[in-house]
Write a protein that binds this ligand. Structure first.
Ligand code: SF4
Ligand code: FES
Length: 249
């Protein structure tokens, strides 16, 4: 395939940035999107130009690093896949592809397609942990029976990889899908009960402090989330937050 890429280039946080056009040729339909970007960067390096900065780590849909807005969609046209799992067979020979970083006030651009998502880390630090003693004389997990439905829901929430596609997709740059997944994975299990109310208060407060917007109830985040995190987690988080507020946590 021969393609035209329109890529966002930005030298640093203060640079205002611009779109640049790059042709790429002989792209196999079996390549992943990131492998196609590698081909372009190889070409740029050989031409003595600055390669495009983009984040990646696992390249198998686990780490959540490969944040890219492709043709106006977070992680591109596929459903339930991250950018690293997107294959070039999703595009046609001769296509023009627009590639941009996540755009949100709380995710400032560091360079080109790389954004700073440390706001997510700070939300987790605010309460996304349990303080039960899990070292030393731990008891066998199976001694605490957990209803299968709760275990499944907790597991589903725990599949959130913190990629930030929900934020990038939301017109308000809301982080509620991410935060609610992190709240829910603990709220649904017995081990998460001791700090349940304090946790939701602290994590929501940190989310607001980081400058993420409010939920718009449009559900775009759920559609674009590569892990299919459900909006029901947001409803659970709102209920827990209300309970915690009424109790004065
Ligand atoms: S909720 Fe989905 S889109 Fe948002 S950070 Fe988690 S995995 Fe990514
Ligand atoms: S590089 Fe890890 S999820 Fe894409």
């Amino acid at each position: 395939m021969n393609l035209t890429l329109k890529v966002w280039r930005q030298n640093g946080p203060e640079d205002k940035g611009r779109m640049e056009t790059y042709p790429v040729s002989d792209i196999s339909e079996h390549m992943s999107f990131l492998e196609m970007m590698d081909v372009l960067n190889d070409q740029l390096v050989r031409d003595g130009k600055d390669p495009i900065a983009f984040d990646h780590d696992c390249r198998e849909g686990i780490c959540g690093m490969c944040s890219m807005f492709i043709n106006g969609e977070a992680h591109g046209p596929g459903r339930g896949v991250t950018t690293c799992q997107l294959h070039m067979r999703s595009f046609k020979d001769g296509d023009t592809i627009y590639i941009e970083p996540w755009r949100a006030q709380a995710f400032p651009v560091i360079k080109d397609l790389v954004v700073d998502r440390s706001a997510f880390d700070r939300v987790i630090q605010a309460g996304g942990y349990v303080s039960v003693n899990t070292s030393g004389n731990t008891i066998d997990a199976n001694t605490i029976p957990i209803p299968k439905a709760d275990a499944d829901e907790a597991f589903n929430a725990a599949t959130c990889i913190g990629c930030g596609a929900c934020v990038a997709t939301c017109k308000n740059a809301s982080a509620m899908l991410f935060v609610s997944a992190k709240v829910s994975q603990l709220a649904l299990l017995p081990q998460g009960q001791p700090e349940r109310e304090l946790r939701v208060k602290r994590m929501v407060e940190q989310m607001d402090k980081e400058g993420f917007g409010n939920c718009t109830n449009t559900g775009a985040c759920e559609v674009e989330c590569p892990k299919g995190i459900s909006l029901t987690n947001i409803a659970r988080m709102n209920r827990d937050y209300l309970t915690a507020s009424l109790k004065g946590e």
